[in-house]
Design a protein around this ligand. Structure first.
Ligand code: GDP
Ligand code: MG
Length: 306
């Protein structure tokens, strides 16, 4: 296994112990339900951190009886029922990652409900509102006398999960990515890339890159390499998420026709993305966030004083 991960018994509470780096990274995952976001997060940290689709399904669809179905229908159709999500919601889970050279506190920000309704035209709004609210918080906290105590809840990176349909980005993808990328480091990923053949994934990546260019989506520029002689990453990362198999001592997916190891670079860019997030660019992501934050502050001033 790659790392040791600690999940707080009550993982809705952040870690406060000081670690060597004392950095806290806030990582957001956005994408429609069933795209494999939770599975990906669990694979990333080699641990069961978020509940995945299988568990959820069992909760609601454990019995095929009409009564059970009726209950589900009522739950999902009654707008006054408080448990029924009617919009994109935000869920935070705190973890600590310990490895030979990495010591990180992380907050995983999940966004259940994104794109799951009959009208999804504004699914991205609650996400952007959340991002902006963290900037507002940070701005007020910055002015306080004890800056040491400042908790940085700004979103440092947003992974946007693209459906591996081989048909390019949807209108919802485009508008969401445009809006999110104005605010934070946006890293596009192709979900469940095990579903695409080699040539399909190559073409799909090319298509997406083209749309990103044409639609003026400002993805995280750490992906682009550039002047510093940095490596440029082969975005969007195609990812495969899986579960731990004792017999193989690795994370993967068991199909009827065989086994895929998520670390296998022929099927998945998982290792590259993991390196990008928790090894190579972690500090850069935090630094860039400050630039996004300054931009946001500038806009705020324009808005108020013009
Ligand atoms: P979420 O709603 O985006 O959090 O999706 P989940 O992580 O709950 O996964 C939904 C379903 O997709 C589960 O049955 C997973 O086993 C499956 N899944 C997750 N990742 C992958 C993947 O990379 N490839 C394939 N084929 N299926 C996946
Ligand atoms: Mg999930």
């Amino acid at each position: 296994r790659l790392s040791k991960v600690f999940k707080h018994p009550n993982s809705s509470i952040p870690y406060t112990e000081k670690t060597s780096s004392n950095n806290m990274v806030n990582l957001m995952v956005v994408g429609q339900q069933g795209m494999g976001k939770s599975t990906f997060v669990n694979t990333l940290f080699q641990n069961e951190i978020l509940k995945t689709g299988i568990d959820f399904k069992n909760e609601y669809f454990d019995s095929g009886s009409i009564i059970a179905k009726k209950r589900i229908f009522q739950e999902y159709s009654d707008p006054l029922n408080e448990d029924t999500p009617t919009t994109t919601s935000i869920q935070k889970t705190y973890v600590m990652l310990e490895e030979a050279n990495v010591n990180l506190k992380l907050c995983i920000i999940d966004t259940p409900g994104f794109g799951d309704f009959s009208d999804n035209s504004f699914s991205w709004v609650p996400i952007c509102e959340y991002i902006d609210a963290q900037y507002t918080d940070y701005m007020f906290n910055e002015e306080q006398p004890y800056r040491d105590l400042l908790v940085d809840s700004r979103v440092h990176c947003c992974l946007y999960f693209i459906n591996a349909t081989n048909k390019g980005l949807t209108a919802l993808d485009v508008i969401s990515m445009q809006e999110i990328s104005k605010r934070v480091n946006l890293v596009p990923v192709i979900a469940k890339s095990d579903g695409l053949t080699r040539s399909e994934i190559v073409n799909f990546k090319k298509d997406i890159k083209e749309t990103i260019r044409v639609q003026n989506i400002k993805i995280c520029d750490l992906l682009l390499g550039g002047d510093c002689g940095d490596d440029d990453y082969d975005y969007p990362f195609g990812v495969v998420g899986g579960q731990y198999y004792e017999d193989r001592q690795t994370f993967g997916r068991k199909y009827r026709h065989g086994f895929v190891d998520v670390m296998d670079e022929r099927v998945s860019d998982f290792l590259k993305l993991r390196k990008f997030l928790v090894e190579e660019k972690t500090l850069d992501l935090i630094e860039k966030t400050s630039m996004y934050y300054e931009e946001w502050r500038d806009k705020l001033c324009l808005f108020r004083y013009k």
